[in-house]
Design a protein around this ligand. Sequence first.
Ligand code: K7E
Ligand code: CUA
Length: 664
Amino acid sequence: MKIIFKSIATFVVTALFLTSCAPTSSNKETKGTAKGAIASNAAEKVYVAPGKHDSHYAFISGGFSGQLAVYGLPSGRLFRVIPVFSQDPEKAYGYNPETKPMLNTSHGFVPWGDSHHPDISQTNGTLDGRWVFINENNTPRIARISLETFETEEIIEVPNSAGNHSSSFVTENTEYVVAGTRFAVPVPQRDMPISEMKGNFKGALSFIKVDPKTGHMKIAFQIMMPGFNYDLSHPGRGKSHGWFFFSTYNTEEANTLLEVNASQNDKDFIAAINWKKIEEYVNNGGGKKVPAKYAHNLWNDDTHQAKTIWENEVTIVDPTEVKGAIYFLPTAKSPHGCDVDPTGEYIIGNGKLAAAMTVHSFTKMQKAIKDKAFDGEKYGIPVIKFEAVNYGVLDQPGLGPLHTEFDTRGNAYTTFFISSEVVKWNIKDLKVIDRHPVYYSVGHLMIPGGNSRTPDDKYLVAMNKITKDRYLPTGPEVCQSAQLFDISGKKMELLLDFPTIGEPHYAAGIAADKIAPKSKKIYKLDENKHPYAVKSEAETKVVRKGNEVHIYMSMIRSHFSPDNIEGVKVGDKVFFHVTNLEQDYDVPHGISMIGANTSELLIMPGRTETLVWEPKEVGVWPFYCTDFCSALHQEMQGYVRVSPKGSNTPLKFTLDGDVPGEEE
Ligand code: K7E
Ligand code: CUA
């Protein structure tokens, strides 16, 4: 009987999700018409004339590419892909010795990641445009990217976790960035039967302190929650500042066939965490320091190098020991998104398998805690009575709600994966105002500032999981796709489709004027503290140390110094330490060496980077500039003579026949 029930449930769930993969009939009707596609004035609204700038930046997660892509809105133009968790041959990130340490983890060098949720730093609940954080879901990590240089400056690994998914959201003064484990796991990790999961696995919620000046991250504490799956999270804001909310699924603690076994309970929970209380508890000596090995990778913009600091302990907090700090709020079946409105009053659970959306009230929650309106407890954590915390439910809004964002006018915008639509509704009266189909099966949506107290009421970007027929076909794999809506009026207006890289999950948007004016143009040569930097051509040289050959090289339009090098031998390890002497905006040079089985380097003005080359063959081998830098770019080239192992060809380096820096 149980088996039959299970297979029926599987059928129902599968059928629900399958319908999403085909265009629905309503989609078909509108496709190609003015309503579904572009109305005439929509073109004007997204047109950014040649030479003009977009009004907003959109930082769109690269998903399984591990990177972060930067787009302009409303044009949908792709400006840059910032390498974060994956090696990138375009920028040598994760290939050159300077950046390789960024990808160190306790599991070794991991050159790939799965990035999900970018979130921009905030001050007083408003985006301040200093940094963007993004989580890595596979090998749990959080990265911090500078919005001056658009480079990854720090990556911290999160121990005692697996699948860092409910991350990397920031509190309203960027006090903390959080990381919550998606998968429950044994803590500490150990060899044990999988079937004994229930009651024995844990779900760590990590609070990572952000230094207000430098942005440097440090794990302040980890709350060892019951072994549920912690899916998404958002901070309280305004009146609920000091709290953090995490959605959970698999409160059944099933270890197999989760599509059925984790859908048994009619309600799962949103975990409400009073982090201010826990912070106080930890500051007063609470919690337990336990050993944990994890990598903390920090970029130094002065030395142009990253280094890995190996951390070896973390503070663990037992949730039952801090009274009044943690509660469970019952929420419709297997919620995905867990979103908090700009006032901080409403906490919304997007129950992907439920017909209704759960809206909880922060005011009611506080009263319920005071009145002890509990419905028992789970692992010692009080469960608040549903009626005591629930503001109301939005009935039959659509099928498969995933994520919600907000405007400042009291409206919520929710994505529905199964019914492929975005629904605009009023939170206070729980009434649907407008709905618009998307093409197809939308995941996250993003309103610039939508995860803050001050959203921009202008644009909404829907990030769709399935693209189908929206673009010219490119074989079985078609791009993922985003759609831009104008939300300034009562009705949402679809303006634009644009392709995205990887599988974008979330995105973060911000007005361009908060970032563009302080965008870095060059690195100052006189501030370059790279140990192998040269400040002028006269300082360039070649030094042999055993079988290591260190070339202190410079580049400037349109030559390298030195550009003829002799005395290198098979079996040597050659380090090209190359400094770009240019001090002009947008004049990088590149360098690459025949047979080098690592990336070229693309070096920004004032920067020093290193290319490592191990010559395998005797000969005279060329190198060249890879970036078209001037009219004489093709002439920007040189030779390295490689002699047999053990030969006595003398070390020699010249530019136009002279040794750089020596008097003629
Ligand atoms: Cu794709 Cu936020 Cu990782 Cu939902 S998550 S869609
Ligand atoms: Cu330098 Cu091309």
